[in-house]
Design a protein around this ligand. Structure first.
Ligand SMILES: Nc1ncnc2c1ncn2[C@@H]1O[C@H](COP(=O)(O)OP(=O)(O)OP(=O)(O)O)[C@@H](O)[C@H]1O
Length: 239
């Protein structure tokens, strides 16, 4: 079997809130075009790890991050913490889908078009083309194509989550970070998202935090389990 290309290279990563570390000494490679699952008990730091990959933790107070996270780009390896890295550009390339769907209080089309509008795209034809493509890619077009102006909050939970995935996909991300994306959904909505994720790895690198053994077994190409090394200091963990 050919060795996979590496999309994200993480070395000696340590994250602490104030003085207390959540984890330290985390080094691993995320393979390109694969689904990498991050598993482990509640509170071990899975979301913290995931959100470090597109600098989302910087919105938290008192967070201390050390170590390196390198992203493979068309210009070679780029350190995501380098001064030359534009954080908005990073988050366009490395996008997040949260545990609970978070559509904005506006129409279905408007939700998916929002990142494009924020980037200054105004041409109607371009917006339409990109939004429709993202909705199709997110396996949602068939269900919503006839009611694009309806409030996104009228969609079912599973449809809302696929809408949020479409909102990420509209910027054509290279990496999708998924934080337990199906844990708030029923079994049929979960199955729809799982088949979508398998499809997406043709175009994206996926990092999936999951609690479900079944999901990890069915979807993941690789798994990293976060564990607490020491019961008395459960904040420190390693893969
Ligand atoms: N903003 C914050 N300030 C301080 N501590 C935090 C903050 N966010 C998370 N923590 C702590 O960091 C640790 C790891 O939390 P995190 O949410 O990453 O764990 P997790 O493995 O994703 O948990 P779960 O599976 O329950 O979602 C926990 O002890 C949590 O209380």
């Amino acid at each position: 079997m050919m060795k996979p290309n590496i999309k994200i290279r993480i070395r000696d990563l340590r994250v602490a809130y104030g003085k207390s570390p959540v984890f330290a000494n985390v080094s691993l490679d995320i393979a390109e075009g694969a689904i990498t699952a991050i598993t482990g008990p509640s509170g071990v730091g899975k979301s913290t790890f995931l959100f470090s990959l597109n600098r989302l933790l910087e919105t938290e107070n008192q967070v201390n991050i050390s170590g390196s996270i390198l992203l493979a780009t068309e210009r070679g390896w780029q350190d995501i913490h380098a001064g030359s890295m534009d954080v908005y550009e990073l988050r366009r390339k490395v996008s997040v889908v949260f545990q609970n769907p978070n559509p904005l209080p506006m129409g279905i089309f408007a939700n998916v078009a929002l990142p494009l509008r924020l980037k200054g795209i105004r041409r109607k034809a371009e917006l339409e083309e990109k939004v429709i493509r993202a909705l199709k890619q997110a396996h949602l077009w068939e269900e919503v194509g006839h009611r694009l102006t309806a409030d996104a909050r009228t969609l079912s939970g599973g449809q809302q989550q696929r809408l949020c995935i479409a909102r990420s996909l509209v910027m054509q991300p290279e990496v999708l970070l998924l934080d337990e994306p199906t844990s708030s959904l029923d079994a049929s909505a979960e199955a729809a998202i799982e088949s979508l994720l398998l499809d997406l790895k043709k175009t994206c690198t996926l990092v999936l935090v999951s609690h479900s053994r079944r999901q990890v077994k069915n979807l993941a190409d690789l798994e990293f389990a976060m564990t607490c090394r020491d019961k008395n200091r459960p904040a420190i963990s390693a893969f």
